[in-house]
Design a protein around this ligand. Structure first.
Ligand SMILES: [Zn+2]
Length: 448
């Protein structure tokens, strides 16, 4: 007997949308067709999708979810992967924050902890590297191929360290992910500011800091022959800067942006204040429009959430003093609904471009494509059904336990209805049905 049959759905793939049914057995898609109800007459679970769109489960390659040193009680890999799956994200690649993952033992410890806590399949990134003498190959043997480094505080690595790291990682078949903002520009800009008001935060992290660092890191990649992934590009100009290296022969530069850089400009800070504190900072409305174009034309390779969970009370402190709360936004649960509502439904993205940005390309980037990021025979049965409904966003309707969302009150038109993970219903209308420990660690092998 087949485990699950989804009938009457519109399946999104690389070439567009087509009507069909999906049959699942043993956690894997076994058939796609138009009359599967005849072929598989008595599945254990039958979901009549009633014309809802089916996307591969979103693969989010940039998020911060587990760090006992940093996050307060209640914010951990269980609560945050629950928020992920509620929003249609069925695979995550998590990045270190305050606790460094720069030894094989630290990597193994985190993997073992997260295996017990995770609702969904996950991979891990090593970092934050500020010393290039770490044992790259031994860490990669644990099942990662990505190393994170920063050109800015609080995990600043100097240029020579980043170059040395790239040189070693490139040789070993890995990739370096870089936070690109030049510390010297940030220091100077901060020194010019006396106020503690939320609005000034944007001025403390100028656009030029991002442009200079992307340019520098692009040349480092060229020089060391190491593929580099620029995380969270916050501006259209930043995307253009990175694109100069995408077109060169020797270098593989991939560019990532995040939903908040498309959803908000610095003009929104007057109203939302500390609830928009994020690094890199939000940029001008013109840069936001340029960034949408870079997302549309393929300059931006993929979109990741850069989910960073905090409680509402922690944020509120920022109205008094913007320098106090942590920077970063909870965004994993709302990413897909935002991109469909304000991207696809507003005519800014096609379904196939969305599929590329949050499913296929990130899975490829993580080294797990086509097992993840695609619906076809043989792939993991991780599938999101989207209901095209009008509603107003409210943190009360989310699984995220921080009590807030920067998108509060926005009017959206797509809602995650049913999320299937490994062939089983894992979430329904943002209510999570899966359990901690259901997810598995995914080893990611070096690039050949
Ligand atoms: Zn990050």
């Amino acid at each position: 007997m087949t485990d699950c049959l989804i009938s009457n759905t519109r399946i999104v793939g690389r070439a567009g949308v087509r009507d069909g049914d999906i049959a699942i057995d043993d956690g894997v898609v076994i058939a796609i067709g138009s009359t599967l109800e005849n072929e598989f007459p008595s599945p254990e679970e039958h979901i009549d999708a009633d014309g809802m769109v089916a996307l591969p489960g979103v693969v989010d390659v940039h998020n911060h979810m587990h760090d006992v040193k940093l996050f307060p009680e209640g914010i951990d890999f269980t609560s945050q992967t629950a928020s992920a799956v509620a929003g249609g994200v069925t695979t995550v690649v998590e990045l270190p924050t305050q606790t460094p993952i720069t030894t094989p033992q630290a990597f193994r410890d985190k993997r073992e902890t997260c295996e017990k806590l995770s609702h969904i399949d996950f991979g891990l990134v090593a970092g934050n590297v500020d010393d290039s003498s770490i044992d790259i190959e031994a860490i990669m043997t644990e099942g990662t191929r990505d190393f994170k480094a920063f050109t800015a505080e609080p995990y600043l690595a100097d240029d020579e360290t980043i170059i040395e790291l790239m040189s070693k990682v490139g040789t070993a078949g890995g990739k370096v992910r870089v936070h690109c903002e030049t510390q010297g520009i940030l220091d100077h800009a901060r020194g010019e500011i006396e106020s503690d008001e939320p609005e000034v935060y944007m001025d403390s992290r100028p656009l030029e800091a991002e442009l200079d660092a992307i340019n520098r890191v692009g040349w480092f990649a060229e020089y060391t022959d190491c593929p580099v992934h620029v995380v969270h590009v916050s501006s259209g100009s930043g995307a253009r800067e990175g694109a100069r290296f995408q077109s060169r022969m020797n270098t593989a530069v991939t560019l990532e942006t995040c939903p908040h850089y498309l959803a908000f400009s610095k003009d929104d800070v007057a109203e939302l204040g500390p609830f928009l504190k994020v690094n890199p900072s939000l940029k001008s409305a013109t840069e936001v429009e340029r960034l949408w174009r870079a997302v549309q034309d393929g300059t931006i390779d993929l979109i990741a959430s850069e989910h960073f969970p905090t409680y509402r009370e922690e944020r509120e402190r920022g109205w008094e003093n913007i320098w106090e709360p942590y920077a970063g936004l909870p965004s994993i649960e709302t990413m897909l609904e935002f991109l469909v509502s304000e991207g696809v439904h507003e005519g800014r993205l096609t379904w196939s471009r969305l599929h590329e940005l949050v499913c296929a390309r990130p899975a490829h980037e993580a080294g797990i494509y086509p097992r993840k990021g695609l619906i076809r025979e043989g792939t993991d049965a991780d599938i999101v059904l989207l209901r095209e409904d009008d509603y107003e966003v409210s943190a009360d309707d989310l699984t995220f336990n921080g009590g807030w969302t920067p998108y509060e009150g926005r009017k959206w038109s797509a809602r995650v209805d049913t999320v299937i993970v490994g062939g089983k219903v894992a979430a329904q209308d943002h209510k999570v049905l899966s359990s901690p420990g259901d997810g598995e660690f995914i080893r990611r092998e070096p690039m050949s």
